[in-house]
Each structure stands twice: as C-alpha cells, then as structure tokens.
Design a protein around this ligand. Structure first.
Ligand code: EPZ
Length: 423
C-alpha cells in the first residue's frame, strides 16, 4: 500500500499549472460513444479515473488511442456490447456515464449497479427518471439495471430533476441528443462541466441550448459526427492549491485556473483575510506576512454555490485560522469522514448531522491518517503541510484518482512531501 508522507513545510511559494478537469473529462469521454466517427479529446489529465474510463470505452468495443500524452482519440465505430463490466463499475462510479450514450446510440444498455462510496449512497434514481421520461423501459434488478428504448427509439420530453444532479443532467443530456423531438431538462445542474459537455456535443452536431442554466433545451438530431475538444481546467484542483497557499501562509500563482469557476472559494478566502488577485492567466493567492486570518462559515450547495468537493480542503484551512467556523454539507449525506482524521491531528472538530463546528486557532500535529475520499485525501496533505512533525497518509489511491502529479506539484511549491510505495 503506497503512502504519502508530509512534513511541516512552511509557506508554499511559486506557480502551479492546473490540469484538465476530472469531472469534465469523464463525461466527455463517455460522449464519444454517441458517434461512429473519431473524437479527439485534448488536455486530458493523467488520472486513475481516466485510465478506468479508457478501459470502459474499450470494453464496449471502442478503439482508444492514448499514444500522445494528454490526448485521447476514441473511435466507437462498432459497439460490441451494451453490457457494462461490473468490475469497472465498482472501480469508478462515473462509469454510469455510459448509460445515456449507449441508450441513445444502441437503444439498450445493461448497467451493473454502481456501489455507494464513503460519501454517500450515490443513487441513480434521477438518471432513471430521465430515461423513463424519454420513453425507455427501465428494469431494476438486484445488482444491475436494464434500460431499453421503445421500437421507435427515444422521444423528447420535459424532465424535472428533483435535485440538480450533475450526473443525471449529463446522462439525460447524452440520451436526449439523438431522441426524436425536443427535450427540456428543468432544475438542471449548472456546473461548468455540464457546459463543457454541451460544447462537445454541439461540436458533434447536437442542438443544445442554455447549458449552464437550470433549464436546458435539446432538439434531437439523427446522428452525431466526430469532433476535437479540449477539457476545461479543474476548478477543484485550482481551489485545492489556492487553499494550499492559504493554509501555509504562502504566495502561489494558480495558473490556467478560470476565476469564474471558483468564485465562492475566492470570496471565502477573502473573507478570511487572504489576498486573492486575478492575473491574465490565473489566480494569485497571497496569505503571507503576519496578517491574522479569521474564521468564516461555509455551506456547500450545487453550482454556483460553494462546491462540496472543496469542503474538506477548506475545513483543513479553517482549523488553523482564529475563531470558530461552521461548515454545513448539504449535497452529500456523509461527507465528514475526514473530521476523524483531522481530529487525530488535533483539530478538535465536532459534528452534528450535516454540520461541523471547527474551533479554529489550532496548531496541528502530525499523525497517521487515511484518505477517506478523493478530496479528503487532499485535505490531509494540506493539514500535513502545517502540522508539526510528519503526517503519514494511507489509502492514497483515492487522491491519485483525481489529482494529476499531486506530489510533484506540491514539491515544486516547496512542500516537504514524498510518496513511498510499500508492497
Ligand atoms: C459529481 O458527482 C462529481 N463527480 C462529484 O465529484 C461532485 O461531488 C458531485 O457531482 C456534486 O458536485 C463527477 O462529476 C464524476 P450528483 P455526481 O448526482 O454526479 C443525489 C469528486 O470528488 N442524487 O450531483 O454523482 C446524490 O446522492 C466527486 O470529484 C440522487 O439522489 O453528483 C447526492 O446526494 C465526488 N439521485 C446529490 O444528489 C440521483 O439520481 C449530488 O449528486 C443522483 C444524485
């Protein structure tokens, strides 16, 4: 089991380049199943989840060429099966992204049920509600779901999402682009990753309007063609490195970040007393000097609210500022697993249902901690940078699912961090 060791590192200084977004590239890759032509996706991050997605596309019969670094070419000319591989689904929940494209392209899909994970049950009821609205028959079995379009294929309809689910919005979008007639998704997710997906689909010949708003309109078309598309930068990686500067009281230029995608993080860091300036190619974060940083409360919400994926890294930061903060998690039902780990380091956080109380003003100490999910793992690295002594992080495969070259990027900013491969 590999581990990451972090020593107290002092203020981080320098520049970090943000990679392509994990939560954009996965649906973009799934969308390539919608056409027999070749699609080229650029600025692809080198992540474990991307490797699983490549395997998944190949398991459906697509040709996947990743010989050029940062580029994935997919040609799904012949779909050889519509049955998902249970192992791949267990490995990565985002494999549910194949349901929409396969249903649209082949009229049938058999999807092994994705497991929950540490942050919640992760149901797909809203995805299935959308497919039913498009006229598909959905048969839910014990460990898989079978979805079949009628003999005339999918038919557009108005679909209301009870919660603005990112995955459900993406799956319904990919199913509706080849449906007959018009589909309206109401209370749709508005994340930048939805807009990125709609941009690729429109390049492929789809007719999608108002992606990024809570009402997306799709005019179905007969077929889609290949396209070339670059992945947007990862706003969650950007937020993580902004917080690395803040927690270590350093100065970091987060290059290639899109300020408009991280507004809540910018606002909350400024509320704490951190200087945040926009540059012509990113965001400059300055928490240096003897300024006193103060507490601020956060409440996670669907975009454009405060992102749930930044909740745990932000909590690590709040343990070190003066005063009590309250952190409210409204998106996932169990996303405080990192509290136990931060408390091993002396954070003294208490939780009540979906609310965490962070007393703040703590001098953390190194400890043996676990990465309980992808973002919690990042939070452990941030805490380890300022804790006295050494912090040993296990289960780091979570971190490598979503952060490209994470150790190298932190090292380049002056972090005392190393990955040790232990068998
Ligand atoms: C996406 O997950 C992201 N993953 C998550 O990032 C992110 O935290 C989440 O959106 C919210 O922003 C990818 O894009 C690959 P949801 P997704 O459907 O689509 C409930 C990370 O760390 N829900 O918006 O699964 C669900 O239980 C990961 O990068 C239903 O009830 O999120 C949750 O409470 C973690 N029924 C809430 O909605 C459904 O059918 C938000 O889920 C679907 C979702």
């Amino acid at each position: 089991m590999s581990k990451i060791f972090v020593n107290n590192s002092g203020p981080l200084m320098g520049e970090v380049e943000i990679s392509g977004a994990k939560n954009a590239v996965l649906p973009l890759m799934a969308a390539t199943l919608l056409t027999a032509d070749e699609c080229v996706i650029e600025s692809v991050p080198d992540l474990a989840d991307v490797s699983v997605m490549k395997k998944m596309l190949a398991s459906y019969g697509a040709q996947v060429d990743d010989s050029e670094p940062g580029v994935v070419k997919v040609k799904a000319e012949n779909i050889t099966t519509v049955e998902g591989d249970p192992e791949l689904v267990q490995e990565m929940r985002a494999s549910t992204m194949a349901m929409g494209p396969l249903l649209a392209r082949c009229g049938r899909v058999v999807q092994p049920m994705p497991g929950g994970c540490t942050i919640g049950k992760r149901p797909i009821d809203l995805h299935l509600k959308g497919f039913r609205s498009l006229g598909a028959k959905v048969i839910e079995e014990e460990d898989r779901v079978i979805i079949e379009a009628g003999p005339e294929g999918l038919k557009g309809d108005a679909i209301y999402l009870d919660f603005p689910s990112v995955g459900a919005t993406e799956n319904i979008l990919m199913a509706a682009v080849l449906a007959k007639g018009t589909t309206i998704i109401e209370n749709a997710a508005k994340e930048p990753e939805i807009v990125d997906l709609a941009n690729l689909l429109n390049k492929m010949g789809a007719k999608i309007k108002s992606a990024g708003t809570d009402m997306i309109r799709i005019e179905g078309v007969e077929r889609l063609s290949g396209a070339i598309h670059g992945v947007i930068p990862d706003r969650i990686e950007a937020g993580t490195f902004m917080l690395a500067a803040a927690i270590t009281r350093g100065k970091v230029h987060v290059k290639n970040a899109i300020p408009g995608h991280v507004r809540p993080i910018i606002s909350k860091l400024k509320e704490s007393g951190v200087t945040v300036e926009l540059t012509d190619d990113g965001i400059f974060v300055d928490a240096s000097g003897d300024r006193e940083l103060v507490a601020t409360d956060i409440k996670t919400l669907p975009y454009p609210g405060f992102p749930t994926d930044i909740q745990s890294p932000f909590m690590a930061f709040l343990t070190t500022v003066k005063g009590k903060s309250v952190c409210r998690e409204t998106v996932f039902e169990n996303r405080f697993m990192h509290v136990v780990e931060l408390n091993r380091m002396g954070a003294d956080i208490t939780t009540e249902n979906r609310e965490a109380i962070i007393p703040g003003g703590k001098k953390l100490h190194g400890a043996k901690v676990r990465a309980t999910d992808l973002r919690a793992g990042a939070a452990m690295i941030l805490a380890g940078l300022v804790a006295t002594g050494t912090t040993e992080i296990s289960e780091i495969y979570h971190i490598e699912r979503g952060y490209e070259n994470v150790v190298k990027k932190f090292k380049a900013l002056g972090a005392d961090i190393v990955k040790v491969d232990e068998d």
